[in-house]
Design a protein around this ligand. Structure first.
Ligand code: 2AM
Length: 504
């Protein structure tokens, strides 16, 4: 039996993410009590990691597990998102979790569940939700952390979160990625900041994932256009992405894309692995949740939704194969300047990416008003600079934008991003036109451009739409020569009669 009241923190759920977070904590000198439902996993984990700086304490049952942790306890859960979180929370309460104890759900839970759980368990413990991004490697050597919940509870968690989070250079904002087992990064700025009350942390993690969907889709479209129009090998494309990674597009996702594209297929060493991977995307739901939330709040995150739909369309593989034998498109051969096309696709990717992030931040702005949070957008952008999947040089620019103006209405209106699009949009437009002419699907490039053009239009065709709604459903319209809120209706079957005006 473990020494009572000696561990700094308890961690439950020893799948890869849980194991790696426990090792990360132990590397930073925290003593970690660990428990897993299947106790062989706990035993193997302890046996495999005998000499961590902080020390690991393996427990076979929940009461030993709780007894091992100093009070008020900090218990971190990394169990499968969904009903398992409630099941484990209830088991812990049953086993003696106390009201002052903090139970942190670090899984990919829906933020609405976190709000519900905080209320439901409020008289039994302090339930807290923290987004964790960075996959297995991030969890092990420094993830980006998005904690949300009770502010007093946060004060107790903060030293651990700050220690284990990814670090970026204070001057440049670039990730410091030098950690090895037993030797964590020292110094730098932690990619962890308190996001807000109840479900705010999990909400912001969901937005991170929504942005990740569109980031990946945009990279996919750049790859696909270049491959189809230039007819080049994956290895050549790897070199292009490698070069892009040295400029404005410098990011983890571009870096791994360059790596992936040059990987040979283990089964056919003369070929590239990417060409043997089936083009049918799967998803776990965070992009869908982001899009559903955007629809609920009426925020046009059309590119994020487009990225989700692009995965849905890709998943209809057999239907697409059948359709490809029936449906025609243009026969197109690109005979323009090849370097110019590469530059144009780069700019299309960059401008679309700016729009995608503008949409994600626009949605968070609406959410803070809707759910009563006070979000610090500079801080959110800054904790995404390192550790997480969307980490990028670009996020320093977003941090700078919201530092200049914390209430910026839309990222597109920030002077830096405004100028970037101003300078690069000609090639972006040419790529969208070329994709249409060549018959190559590029939905994210196109929807991002439609967002940009729609957002910068003082006039849109919704006047006609409102007239149609009034025509068939008497839904009323507002007029440009009347104050907002004055609703009018015309009896379209008797257009000579005066309009009815209704002031709301
Ligand atoms: P297991 O090893 O016993 O399956 C990810 O699935 C992690 O969550 C694993 O550590 C898994 O434990 C744990 N987990 C999933 N569902 C659980 C449940 N209902 N109760 C306890 N642990 C659970």
């Amino acid at each position: 039996m473990a020494e009572e009241n000696s561990a700094d923190v308890g961690l439950i759920g020893l799948a890869v993410m849980g194991q790696n977070l426990a090792l990360n904590m132990a590397d930073h000198g925290f003593k970690v009590s660990v428990y897993n439902r299947t106790s062989k996993v706990t035993k193997d984990f302890i046996d495999a990691n005998p000499n961590t700086p902080g020390g690991l304490v393996g427990c076979e049952n929940l009461s030993d597990f709780l007894a091992a942790v100093k009070t008020p306890r900090k218990i971190v859960m990394l169990v499968k998102a969904g009903p398992a979180v409630d099941m484990v929370a209830k088991q812990l309460i049953e086993a003696g979790l106390e009201k002052e104890d903090i139970l942190v759900d670090c899984g990919n839970s829906q933020w609405t569940d976190t709000i519900r759980r905080e209320k439901e368990y409020s008289d039994r413990c302090r339930f807290f939700g923290s987004g964790v991004s960075g996959g297995e490697i991030g969890a092990r050597f420094g993830p980006s952390l998005m904690p949300g919940g009770n502010g007093e509870a946060w004060k107790l968690l903060e030293p651990i979160w700050t220690a284990i989070a990814a670090k970026v250079d204070a001057e440049t904002g670039k990730p410091i990625e030098t950690a090895t087992p037993g030797h964590p990064v020292t110094g730098g700025v932690a990619c962890s900041a308190y996001i807000g009350e109840n479900g705010a942390g999990h909400y912001v993690k969901m937005i991170h994932n929504g942005i990740e969907y569109i980031d990946m889709q945009l990279i996919g479209e750049a790859y696909f256009l270049l491959r189809n129009l230039l007819q080049v090998t994956a290895e050549k494309l790897s070199q292009i992405f490698g070069r892009w990674n040295e400029g404005d597009l410098d990011s983890y996702l571009i870096e791994i894309t360059a790596d992936i594209l040059k990987q040979r297929d283990p089964e056919h060493p003369e070929a590239f692995l990417v060409d043997y991977i089936l083009d049918s995307a799967e998803q776990k739901g965070t992009g869908k949740w982001t899009s559903i939330n955007a629809l609920d709040l009426g925020i046009p995150t059309n590119s994020i939704a487009e990225a989700v739909f692009a995965r849905c369309l890709s998943a209809l593989k057999s239907e697409r194969e059948a359709a490809s034998r029936h449906l025609t498109g243009p026969v197109y051969r690109y005979d323009g300047d090849r370097n110019e096309l590469i530059k144009a696709v780069h700019d299309a990717l960059y401008c679309s990416k700016i729009c995608a992030y503008a949409q994600g931040f626009q949605l968070m702005r609406a959410a803070e008003a809707e759910y009563g949070w006070k979000l610090d957008f500079a801080s959110i952008a800054s904790i995404w600079r390192g550790g997480c999947i969307i980490r990028a040089r670009f996020l320093q620019k977003i941090t700078d934008a919201y530092t200049r103006d914390s209430r910026l209405v839309n990222l597109l209106l920030d002077p830096y991003f405004k100028e970037q699009i101003q300078n690069n949009q000609t090639r972006w437009r040419s790529v969208v036109a070329l994709a249409a002419q060549a018959g190559v699907a590029a939905p994210a490039f196109m929807s991002a451009l439609a967002y940009y053009d729609g957002y910068r239009s003082a006039q849109l065709p919704a006047n006609l739409l409102q007239a149609q709604r009034d025509y068939f459903g008497a839904h009323t319209y507002e007029r440009i020569d009347q104050p907002r809120g004055v609703h009018c209706h015309l009896d379209w079957s008797k257009p000579d009669r005066p309009q009815i005006k209704i002031a709301h």
